[in-house]
Design a protein around this ligand. Structure first.
Ligand code: SAM
Length: 288
């Protein structure tokens, strides 16, 4: 039996419209047409998006829909849609719902059989990945890293052996701390690409080992200004081929709980490396 929900033909359509992440020319002509045609544009910040619409000559009515009022505003938007009116959802920049509001509304609209249609366009994750030179066959977008060091390190530790390329959004206030934690947890040489100010005048890609990038960012007067996407190359695919960095990380982790012999044995099983080699290595860590 199919669980597909019947789309209501008498209702309007909810359009999820991507807007630029820095360069206004990236707004598609279809996006402009939809924003002009709908009866209402739900926007995260009506003042910010109002300026964009004004610059485009679009005078569609706007409604504020952000993280703090999405639940309430969803009812109002749903009413219009159920009356047969079309509505567009936009966020401050890029694609709505990607670390932006809209999930509650889209979920509710789909549950009620309202047609939800994307108008795709800019998204910082995709813009960063397609130009970074890191593998894109598999990637894991992890949103923003936690702002507190302890929680951030815990998340990074959990992801250290992930083999897909890891992608994060990061704020300028924490970019240096986050890069330092990546170097500490995943190793100084873990390959990193940081995309800054995508599509804007000062667009920059920093790439290299994590420790090297940290130094570059510190030395660059713009290194902690603007908007950032952080991309980390995934861990080696086959545990049998695990790099020494990963082996050391596992050993150190297990040594916090286990005696040297047991830790070496487990890491040997996990990585396929010689037990004795790992025993010697673990011993030297213990002595340090
Ligand atoms: N929905 C947006 C998208 O589709 O990319 C993302 C919204 S999220 C609240 C904002 C974060 O996206 C920023 O803190 C930054 O990490 C990233 N970002 C947005 N625009 C960017 C740009 N032009 N260059 C680099 N990162 C950007």
């Amino acid at each position: 039996m199919s669980s597909e929900i019947q789309i209501s033909e008498s209702s309007g359509t909810l359009y999820i419209v991507a807007t630029p992440i820095g360069n206004l020319d990236d707004l598609s002509s279809r996006a402009i047409a939809v924003l002009s045609r709908v009866s209402l544009v739900a926007a995260e910040d009506t003042r910010h998006s109002g300026r964009m619409l004004q610059a485009l000559g679009v005078d569609t009515r706007m409604l504020a829909l952000h993280d703090h009022n999405e639940r309430d505003r969803t009812g109002q938007v749903m009413q219009r849609l159920e009356e047969g009116q079309d509505v567009a959802l936009i966020s401050d920049a890029g694609t709505p719902l990607i670390s932006d509001p809209g999930f509650i509304l889209v979920r509710e609209a789909r549950a009620k059989g309202i047609r939800v249609s994307p108008v795709p366009g800019p998204c910082a994750i995709v813009a960063a990945l397609c130009a970074a030179g890191l593998p894109t066959d598999r990637f894991a977008f992890e949103g923003f890293l936690p702002s507190k060091k302890g929680a951030r390190v815990a998340v990074l530790e959990k992801l250290a052996s992930e083999t897909a390329t890891l992608v994060f959004y990061e704020s300028p206030h924490r970019i240096l701390e986050a890069t330092a934690d990546i170097a500490e947890v995943m190793g100084a040489n873990r390959e990193l690409v940081i995309a800054r100010e995508l599509t804007k005048t000062f667009e920059t890609f920093y790439s290299g080992g994590a420790a090297e990038i940290l130094e570059t960012l510190k030395a660059d007067p713009h290194g902690s200004r603007g908007e950032f996407v952080v991309m980390i190359r995934g861990a080696e695919k086959d545990a049998g081929d695990a790099g020494m960095e990963e082996v050391d990380r596992l050993l150190k982790l297990l040594l916090t709980e286990l005696p040297v012999k047991k830790a070496a044995k487990l890491v040997a099983e996990m990585t396929g490396r010689a037990k004795n080699e790992l025993y010697q290595r673990a011993l030297s860590f213990k002595e340090d």
